[in-house]
Design a protein around this ligand. Structure first.
Ligand SMILES: [Zn+2]
Length: 417
């Protein structure tokens, strides 16, 4: 069976130009003793907005790793796919993030619920989970609720998994199941039974993306109580460890953190908890690369700065349209967005500093950063100019991409000096 390494990061980029710089960050971590498996990921949503095809991501990943002489494993993730969208990713991907969010809350067949209940009934009452002091508790009623809420979704995951398996062959790809893009977070008890359901469906899930409490907005820090997150994360980790043994799931099963870029206030907690238990993690960060392209172009000045100002001005005009596909994963306070007039007078330093995520820098503007994060569509309709600028200013942009991924993300998460 293809196995994902202990540490892995979802990289890749909207426009496919920054693979080298990201791979360099991964290689640099390797030199410091932290082996990270790169996973190029791009969702159907991004492909649709930009007009790229899944095959393009495979081409980039193969080209970048090939030319860098990178001989360790890497993967191409069909991110957030479901039954309707999986087909087009079949050939180019060897990692599939099966997204069941839209199926959660739908009721499974009554017979299926009865069958699952019978298989899981022995876990009602008190469940002793090593590492969780009080263990977990689940009443028969709660178990019925969990089955009502999640069984249909997991059955769908099974259906999607089997479709992929029949096309790619057993063991030839990594399976992730994601349920992060929903309103309600899942408790450790729910996660425990969801894993039981996945085992009953024989889905060899290697990464699971639960929804945690707090907000995981795109490109900005975690919003919520970091300590509460830490205790939830630790409990989930214990649940996964126990469930993978109890239910015969892959022992490499680990947590996948979506919208994982920029969550600087929780990285120290995640890092210390995974080190404490010697566990792995998958962190998805791909979207942040586009922000570094814009930051780099701002720094470059001249017509590159003019171009990014134009993107920003236009993004203010069509803000509703840009934000719509991302409700639930962005929180933009429009009062704090600088006006077009204001930004037109900015120099390189001011624009780059407003965008760059340096906590505590008075120029840093998280509302502007989130808006630009979802504004990549505006560059997608101007690729002739945009790509020319990316090539012209490759050096400064690569440096931004590398610095962001290595210094701000990898070093913080893995505690590298
Ligand atoms: Zn996600």
């Amino acid at each position: 069976m293809k196995k994902l390494g202990k540490y892995s990061i979802g990289i890749g980029d909207r426009f496919g130009h920054q693979g080298h710089a990201q791979l360099k960050a991964i290689t640099e971590a390797g030199k410091k003793g932290i082996e990270i498996t790169p996973v190029w990921n791009k969702s159907n949503r991004e492909h649709l907005i930009i007009g790229t095809r899944p095959h393009d991501v495979r081409t980039e990943a193969d080209f970048v790793t090939g030319s860098a002489g990178f001989i360790k494993p890497y993967f191409v993730d069909a991110d957030h796919i479901n039954l309707d969208t999986v087909d087009q990713f079949m050939e180019s991907s060897d990692f599939f993030t099966i997204d069941v969010a839209s199926y959660i809350g739908k009721m499974a067949d009554e017979n299926e619920i009865v069958k699952f209940y019978a298989a899981a009934e022995k876990y009602t009452g008190h469940i002793e989970v090593p590492g969780i002091e009080e263990g977990l508790r689940c009443s028969p009623d709660q178990l019925m609720n969990i089955a009502g809420n999640y069984l249909f979704a997991v059955k769908k995951a099974g259906e999607i998994y089997r479709k992929i398996e029949s096309s790619k062959g057993r063991g030839n790809f990594i399976t992730e199941v994601s349920m992060d893009e929903v309103h309600q977070s899942q408790t450790p008890t729910e996660l425990f039974f969801i894993l039981k359901m996945l085992a009953e469906e024989s889905v060899p899930v290697q990464t699971v993306a639960p929804k945690f409490s707090g907000r995981f907005n795109k490109g900005v820090d975690y919003s919520g109580d970091p300590l509460r997150f830490a205790s939830e994360f630790e409990d989930d980790l214990m649940v996964i460890d126990y469930a993978s043994r109890e239910f015969v799931l892959p022992e490499s099963l680990k947590i996948s953190l979506h919208s994982g870029s920029d969550k600087f206030s929780i990285y120290p907690h995640i890092g210390s908890i995974i080190r404490k238990y010697d566990k792995g993690i998958h962190l998805k960060t791909a979207g942040t690369t586009w922000l570094e392209e814009i930051t780099g172009l701002a720094e470059a000045g001249g017509d590159a700065l003019a171009f990014v100002k134009e993107i920003y001005v236009k993004s203010l005009e069509i803000i509703d349209e840009l934000c719509e596909p991302y409700t639930g994963v962005i929180d933009i306070d429009r009062c704090f967005l600088p006006s077009s007039d204001e930004v037109s007078g900015w120099n390189s330093r001011k624009f780059a500093a407003s965008l760059r995520h340096i906590p505590g820098n008075p120029d840093y503007n998280q509302d502007m950063r989130q808006l630009i994060h979802v504004a990549y569509k505006l560059a997608a309709v101007k690729t002739d100019i945009f790509f020319r600028l990316l090539v012209e200013h490759e050096e400064v942009i690569s440096e931004c991409v590398f610095d962001n991924l290595y210094n701000r993300h990898i070093r913080r998460l893995f505690d590298i000096d």
